[in-house]
Design a protein around this ligand. Sequence first.
Ligand SMILES: Cc1cc2nc3c(=O)[nH]c(=O)nc-3n(C[C@H](O)[C@H](O)[C@H](O)COP(=O)(O)OP(=O)(O)OC[C@H]3O[C@@H](n4cnc5c(N)ncnc54)[C@H](O)[C@@H]3O)c2cc1C
Length: 303
Amino acid sequence: MYDLIIIGGGPAGLSAAIYALRARMNIILIEKMAVGGQIALSDNIENYPGFPSLSGYELMTKFEEHAKGLGLTIVYDEIKEITDNVEYKTLKGAENNYETRSIIVAVGASPKRLGIPGELEYTGKGVSYCATCDGPFFRDQDIAVIGGGDTAVKEAHYLSKLVKSVVLIHRRKELRAEKIIQERLNHANNVSLKLEHIPVSINGDKGVESITIENVKTKERTTIPVKGVFIFVGIKPQTSFLHNVDKDELGFIKADPYTLMTSMPGVFCAGDSHSKKLLQVATAVGEGALAATSAEEFVCDIC
Ligand SMILES: Cc1cc2nc3c(=O)[nH]c(=O)nc-3n(C[C@H](O)[C@H](O)[C@H](O)COP(=O)(O)OP(=O)(O)OC[C@H]3O[C@@H](n4cnc5c(N)ncnc54)[C@H](O)[C@@H]3O)c2cc1C
C-alpha cells in the first residue's frame, strides 16, 4: 500500500515526485513509455526559467536525476483503470495491479490528428508529429508544416535549418504563436506561409509526394509537391482510461483550483491533462508541486 502513486513521468509527474519524496511519502511513479514526456521530443526549450536554451531531453534528464536522487522508484506499466475503494484506490495496469491511498494523474497529452485522407496511410512514411525525431530524414527536401501556434511555428523554424524549404499552412489570417517565435521564423529565407488554407489530403505512392490545400474563402485547391508533412494542430489529453472522474467536453480533467483534487476524493491531477488555459512545462511543474502537497494533506487526514 503506497501513500501516493503518480501516473506519468513528464514534467508534472516528476515535479510531483520531488515534492512528495521531500515530504517523505511512500511513493512510486508509473510511466508507460519513457520518462520525460512530450517535451523530451523538443529540440529546444527557451521559456523555462533558469535555462535560457537547452533541449527538452536535457531538461528532462535533469528532472529525472533530481527525482531519482531523492529515491524515486519508476515502474514501467500502463494504467488502464482506477477503482475507488473509499479507504484506498486500486490501479489496474497492463502488467500489475497497485494499491495506494492517493493518486496524481499526470498523463499529459498526445498530438491531435487532422483526420484527412493520406494522414494515417503515410504516418511514418512522410507524415510526422515530431520534428526532432524525424526532421533529419528530410534533409534537402521540401516539406509542409501544419499549424499556427507556438509549437508549429517553433518546429517550422527548427526544420527550416535542416530541409530545403518549408511551407507553413495555417487556417487563420494570422499565426497565433508568440511574437518572438514568429520574428525568428520571418528571418528564415526558405519558409513561405499559406495562411487561410486548410490541408485536404496528403498524396503519394510509397511515401508522401504532395499535399493538397484549400483556400478557406475561395475554396480553391492547390497541390504542393512535398516529401514530408509535419502536423502540429494541438493535443488531446490521454485520459480515455479515466471513466469515473469528471472531465470537460474535450476530455481534460476538471479539478478544484486550490488543491487540484478531482471529483474522486484522493485523486489529484497535474499538467497537460488538467483542463486549463496554458499547457507548458512551467505550468505542469507548478501543478505537480501543488498536487503533491494536496495529496500529502489528504493522506495525513485519512491516516
Ligand atoms: C514538440 C513540442 C514542443 C514543445 N515546446 C515547449 C516549449 O518550448 N516550452 C514549454 O513550456 N512547453 C513546450 N511544449 C509543451 C510541453 O511539452 C508540455 O506542456 C509538457 O510536457 C506537459 O507535461 P505533462 O507532465 O503534463 O505531460 P507529458 O509531458 O505529456 O507527460 C505525460 C507522461 O505520462 C505518460 N502516460 C500517459 N498515459 C499513461 C498511462 N495510462 N499510464 C502510464 N503513463 C502514462 C506518457 O507516456 C508521458 O510520458 C512542447 C510540446 C511539444 C509536443
